[in-house]
Design a protein around this ligand. Structure first.
Ligand code: NAD
Ligand code: ZN
Length: 244
């Protein structure tokens, strides 16, 4: 049995990292914050970059601890179940929970490191954040003075084709796909749910709010995914979920 976990920001809210579009989401509370995730705004407006740095300091993804749900996924794979994690998250918490890097497809990149737009230099985000805390609100590349940014995929940028191909292949081949903590509103990742279903996978959605694919899924569980996911993985491990 092969299992794909498709995870979104909701799996990390219990780690203290707010989601974007949930009821208390960053963009729900302040729609202008979305500009910090848009390439042309980020490159063209120093005010947007300063805002982006402040948001990075607030979320401090490099200091966060994985949640119970992240650990449950890592334990499920460690028990020998064929597991692929396709995550929209940029916080690195699956790997922090012990999931093997080779099993984690970070389709939106990672905020644990930065990259220079000009010379492609990279470094740990914790170091750049320390410069912001030290009084530099928009730190420049230490090598060339260029604009530095998180190693995430911004709006107006293409996803990494290799990562995406691997995600599509995993969704087509899996026996079970579980979407966890995502509103399934961002493409192409959201399209992995119907793709898996078309290829015969059993699909489960665990999210506090409705998603566009609830009607298509075999099972939809609302409530707190931190409670629900470990129980679902236990059921899968013991073979008590029908149809797999
Ligand atoms: P989203 O903000 O669109 O949706 C998150 C969903 O999770 C919401 O529907 C919310 O109701 C639900 N949720 C939150 N906590 C929950 C809980 N404890 N139990 C059950 N459901 C819960 O997130 P998304 O679909 O992942 O898309 C947002 C984009 O923003 C992603 O592409 C991602 O790259 C980025 N993002 C990442 C992080 C992160 O890395 N932790 C945080 C914010 C945004
Ligand atoms: Zn540079």
């Amino acid at each position: 049995m092969s299992v794909v976990l498709l995870t979104g920001a909701g799996i990390s809210t219990a780690a203290g990292i707010p989601d974007f579009r949930g009821p208390d989401g960053v963009w729900t509370r302040d729609p202008e914050a979305e500009r910090t995730s848009t390439l042309s705004w980020y490159l063209g407006d120093a005010g947007v970059r300063r805002r982006a740095w402040q948001m990075r300091l607030e979320s401090r993804v490099w200091e966060r601890e994985p949640t119970r749900a992240h650990r449950a996924i890592a334990a499920f794979a460690a028990a020998g179940h064929d597991t692929t994690i396709i995550t929209q998250n940029i916080d690195g918490l699956h790997q922090a929970a012990g999931s093997r890097s080779a099993d984690v497809l970070e389709v939106h990149g990672t905020a644990r490191s930065w990259r220079c737009e000009d010379c492609r230099a990279t470094g740990p985000m914790s170091e750049a954040a320390a410069r912001v805390r030290g009084g530099d609100p928009d730190p420049a590349c230490p090598d060339c003075g260029g604009i530095i940014r998180a190693q995430t995929i911004l709006f107006e940028e293409a996803l990494d084709a290799q990562v995406l191909d691997a995600a599509f292949a995993a969704a087509e081949a899996c026996d079970v796909l579980i979407a966890v903590g995502t509103g399934l509103s961002v493409y192409p990742v959201a399209g992995l749910v119907p793709l898996a279903a078309e290829h015969g996978a059993r699909t489960l959605i665990l999210n506090a709010e409705p998603t566009p694919f609830d009607g298509l899924a075999d099972e939809v569980l609302d409530g707190d995914l931190q409670e629900r996911l470990p129980a679902v993985l236990d059921e899968l491990a013991t073979g008590s979920i029908r149809g797999v």
